[in-house]
Design a protein around this ligand. Structure first.
Ligand SMILES: NC(=O)c1ccc[n+]([C@@H]2O[C@H](COP(=O)([O-])OP(=O)(O)OC[C@H]3O[C@@H](n4cnc5c(N)ncnc54)[C@H](O)[C@@H]3O)[C@@H](O)[C@H]2O)c1
Length: 315
């Protein structure tokens, strides 16, 4: 079977492409406009990179021709990015998802769509279970709510085989630190490796359900190969709640030295705690396994170190 990974040159997408090929999928096409992803992320994976935007329906249709499944990850991620340019986020994340679902509808391909825990917003109540009402507080969250709603509506309206998964804070090798919108773990690691203090917004006791990228890639591959469907979005995380202070302690262990921390004002609109309810996820993906957080952070630090060495080499 041919599988298309939109956003395949990105952080999560490149791990997914590698895992699909490791599992013996004969043809893996990464369809990506390289806006935040890089061709280098696919080095050594064997995936076929087609450069194009999901906003170009002809290019998308050409990439999806003959595909049995599509893993849809292309998006402009990040809440702050959507505050800076809400329309660009809407176009890539909402309109782009509609284009992907429609391209797949015409060929009968299965689609798994990446949504986000941000759809739960700042409402109280833990853990976040799928039966909670959505309460998006940013344009990014709205665009993801639209994306997952389109996936469900295509299933209900056209009997299209779809699944929407809500990812929680994913981290691991190839997650960019060199962007103003970088996520917290790559920012911390980059600061630690360059001798800067780690900047923590607020007291550092805010918690997240950190998910290692290899676990996410495993689940997405499983979904696409077995064409797992569900008529509602499903959390994809293991129900852990780890504070930033704990992450910093573990990074200090991974680096075998203490780390300087500076506390800044809390970020407006930041969610205090985030943790997935996992009953539905466990039912649909009983074989999914979390990775040990310290080992996963150690692997991530090793990748950042390698990047720094490669960047310092002449030529
Ligand atoms: N990383 C997380 O913690 C997290 C959490 C929740 C949801 N997600 C979702 O997972 C998906 C992957 O995120 P990521 O963290 O790997 O980010 P990423 O930025 O590395 O990946 C997104 C990829 O999509 C590509 N892209 C963007 N706009 C495109 C367009 N118009 N056409 C084609 N390609 C386009 C980018 O070049 C990039 O390669 C996104 O949909 C994101 O919203 C990620």
């Amino acid at each position: 079977m041919k599988i298309v990974v939109t956003g395949g040159a990105g952080f999560i997408g490149s791990h997914v492409c590698g895992e699909l090929l490791r599992r013996g999928v004969p043809e893996v096409v990464a369809f990506d406009d390289l806006s935040t992803g890089t061709a280098a992320n696919l080095d050594g994976t064997g995936a076929d990179l087609r450069t194009g935007t999901i906003l170009d329906r002809d290019a998308l249709a050409a990439a999806c021709a003959g595909a049995g499944s599509v893993i849809h990850l292309a998006a402009l991620p990040s809440v702050p990015r959507s505050l800076a340019d809400p329309i660009a986020s809407h176009e890539a994340n909402a309109t782009g998802t509609l284009n992907v679902l429609d391209a797949a509808r015409t060929t009968g391909a299965y689609v798994v769509v990446a949504s986000s825990s941000s759809v739960y917003g700042t409402q109280p109540g833990f853990p976040r279970t799928e039966d909670m009402a959505a309460y998006p507080v940013s344009p990014y969250a709205v665009s993801k709510l639209a994306a997952e709603s389109y996936a469900a509506a295509y299933a209900r309206s056209f009997a299209a085989p779809t699944l929407a998964v809500r990812l929680f804070n994913v981290f691991g090798p190839r997650q960019r630190a060199d962007s103003p919108y970088a996520a917290v773990i790559p920012r911390f690691i980059q600061a630690a490796l360059t001798g800067q203090p780690l900047q923590v917004h607020g007291d550092g006791l805010q918690t997240r359900d950190f998910t290692f990228v290899a676990s996410v890639a495993d689940v997405l591959c499983e979904a696409a190969i077995r064409k797992i469907t569900h008529d509602r979005p499903v959390n994809l995380a293991f129900g852990t709640r780890t504070s930033l202070v704990t992450v910093i302690d573990l990074l200090a262990q991974a680096l075998a030295r203490p780390l300087d921390v500076v506390h800044l004002d809390p970020r407006p609109g930041d969610v205090r705690d985030s943790q997935a309810g996992t009953d539905l996820f466990r039912r649909l993906f009983p074989a999914a396994r979390p990775h040990d957080l310290l080992n996963a952070l150690t692997d991530t630090v090793a990748w950042h170190r390698q990047q720094a060495v490669a960047a310092s080499m002449p030529g």
